[in-house]
Write a protein that binds this ligand. Structure first.
Ligand code: R5P
Length: 295
């Protein structure tokens, strides 16, 4: 079956790279917004009986979801044999529980919506916390890839004597794997979230690692408060500036600049979300996962 790759707006670079690796066809489409804010979508390529790959990373999801929905519905009507959504960053994974009465558990509703428009999903390090497997949320085949090996390679190649630091208990799943692959020690801190932009992080016990470079590793950097608090704790204990590594460069407004100012040696992310801090590429692992999907 032939594969055709469409880039949703903002995903052109990754989609181009995946098309090249997969030796697939480039999907031609027109996207625009009408003056009243509504979306216009037109599919120009022939998608009949093809595996249609829609590349759409899902940070800022509210504004992306409708165009994505319209594209998926259109290619379905035009005869696509299979629709694979490639969303390297998958949104709405953190609201996975009702913390207060009446709250929407949006991770479930979002998953139901995506499952209704695509036949398969490929993503990277989705924030699985209270849910442990994608099939608990998604009722289409959903491949959750791990950036850990690529992060570990980056660390091995660029950082001497790294000491990995995970800012909270949830981070143990990726930090321990990266540490293992990078042959580095790691510490996990405790974090208390006091509000959307307010966290407290415990002081790391780094006295056993006097010559190491602290490397903070987290899945998402959003407000960057988690990283900033951790950097500030480290600054009380060592003069070696830490390296901050996040898989997903969500970076809410002003967050990247705030993290730059706190004094990290560098801020490194993967290209699951296009951002100037992207240094780690996930293209090959995504391409392989797309290839492995047999409609
Ligand atoms: C937490 O649950 C995640 O693993 C990250 O630690 C969190 O999303 C980071 O958020 P922020 O950058 O807003 O502190």
């Amino acid at each position: 079956m032939k594969t055709i790759v469409f880039a949703l707006p903002g995903n052109e670079e990754l989609a181009g790279s995946l098309t090249a690796i997969l030796q697939a066809e480039t999907g031609e489409a027109t996207f625009k917004r009408f003056p009243d804010g509504e979306s216009y979508v037109r599919i120009l390529s022939d998608v009949r009986e093809k595996k249609v790959v829609l590349v759409c990373t899902l940070h800022l999801p509210d504004q992306k979801l409708l165009p994505l929905y319209f594209v998926a519905k259109t290619v379905r009507e035009l005869g696509a044999a299979h629709i694979c959504l490639v969303a390297p960053y998958l949104a709405y994974m953190r609201q996975d529980k009702q913390f207060n009465p009446g709250e929407a558990v949006t991770s479930r509703y979002f998953a139901a919506l995506i499952s209704s428009i695509a036949d398969s999903l490929v993503t990277i390090d989705p924030h699985l916390h209270r849910y442990h497997h994608m099939h608990q949320l998604y009722n289409i085949p959903a491949t959750a890839l791990h950036a850990a090996p690529t992060l570990a390679n980056y660390i091995k190649q660029h950082i001497l004597q790294p000491l990995l630091v995970g800012p909270d208990e949830e981070s143990i799943q990726w930090v321990s794997e990266v540490a293992d692959l990078a042959n580095a020690p790691y510490l996990i801190l405790n974090k208390t979230r006091l509000g959307d932009r307010e966290v407290q992080v415990t002081q790391p016990e780094i006295s056993a690692y006097p010559n190491h470079t602290p490397v903070l590793v987290d899945d998402i950097i959003s407000t960057a408060r988690t990283m900033i608090e951790t950097v500030q704790q480290l600054k009380k204990l060592t003069t070696t500036p830490p390296v901050c590594i996040g898989v997903h460069a969500v970076f809410a407004e002003g967050a990247y600049e705030a993290l730059q100012q706190v004094g990290a040696a560098s801020i490194i992310t993967s290209n699951t979300i296009p951002h100037p801090s992207n240094k780690i590429k996930v293209d090959n692992m995504l391409a392989k996962a797309i290839q492995d999907i047999k409609p």
